[in-house]
Design a protein around this ligand. Structure first.
Ligand code: HXC
Length: 258
């Protein structure tokens, strides 16, 4: 499939999707979002892909939704097309682990896209922000909900109301990103994390992802029950037998996704 706004590269079971609209700092227009979703769905279906990385350029992961494309839309336009609604829903259905490798600006929809991934690895140059208030709108792809859950109400309110940016150190301190590395090491670190995931059983990785995500959707008691039932179901897999046998035999497990 030929894409115009993203580059897809697949090596050793890792699909790397690079946002590629350099002239607009990877602003998310509908074409880019649709190409991204198509690439993600293809990677999710692809038997060889075991983990996915989404990244941008050194200067920008993505500087937000494309303001030029949105500026003249009316309320009825965005309501009728349910702007970004179907894209967000399709993203949420991807079952393979997705890492966001963020360098430079991750603003507005760019910050929201990074937060939709399963975890974020940031370079020291990363800047996160929800500056939509400066444009006379609010976040529309999860920013008010996800950022608040990640960093808490105080910092989320601060960012949504003042539009200020958060640097990588603050983002790590606040729980928005899992690791911060020097800019030159970003892709090496992200690939390393993806390779670690790729060694695991895809069935078990998908279950872990589903269960962690459940924490954001339900009560503690229901979440614990959901986790326990999924945990129980792992005992129906060959990979559980292999993983525990390998431990007892003091060797590396060879998972077969069965
Ligand atoms: C369209 C954008 C853009 C955007 C940057 N560009 N961000 N185009 N939509 N979100 C374009 C600029 O117009 C410019 O094009 C080129 O990219 C380079 O940007 P500059 O501003 O010249 O770069 P710089 O001075 O380095 O400033 C970088 C920046 C600034 C601080 C990131 O570009 C900026 O503030 N961008 C907007 C950030 C933002 O408000 N994001 C939220 C968008 S709303 P030209 O042609 O002039 O060279 C949103 C709503 C989400 O995301 C709702 C749900 C998804």
């Amino acid at each position: 499939m030929a894409y115009e706004t993203i580059i897809v590269d697949q090596v050793d079971g890792i699909a790397v999707i690079t946002l590629n609209r350099p002239d607009a700092l990877n602003a998310l227009n509908l074409q880019l979002l649709r190409e991204l979703l198509q690439a993600l769905e293809e990677a999710d279906r692809g038997e060889k892909v075991r983990a996915i990385i989404i990244t941008g350029s050194e200067k920008a992961f993505a500087a937000g939704a494309d303001i030029t494309e949105m500026a003249d839309k009316s309320f009825v336009d965005v309501l009728e097309e349910d702007l970004f609604g179907s894209e967000a829903a399709r993203f949420a259905r991807i079952r393979k682990p997705i890492i966001a490798a963020v360098s430079g600006y991750a603003l507005g929809g760019g910050c929201e896209l990074a937060m939709m991934c399963d975890f974020i690895i940031a370079s020291e140059t990363a800047k996160f922000g929800q500056p939509e208030i400066n444009l006379g709108v609010i976040a529309g792809m999860g920013g008010t909900q996800r950022l608040t859950r990640f960093v808490g109400k105080a910092k989320s309110m601060d960012m949504h109301l003042t539009g200020r940016f958060m640097d990588a150190a603050e983002a790590e301190r606040s729980g928005l990103v899992s690791r911060v590395v020097p800019a030159k090491k970003l892709m090496e670190e992200a690939r390393g994390a993806a390779m670690k995931i790729a060694e695991k059983s895809t069935i078990v990785a998908a279950a872990a992802k589903e269960s962690v995500n459940r924490a954001y959707e339900t009560t503690m008691a229901e979440g614990l029950l959901f986790e326990r039932r999924l945990f129980h179901s792992m005992f129906a897999t060959e990979d559980q037998k292999e993983g525990m046998a390998a431990f007892r035999e003091k060797r590396e497990a060879q998972f077969r996704d069965r």
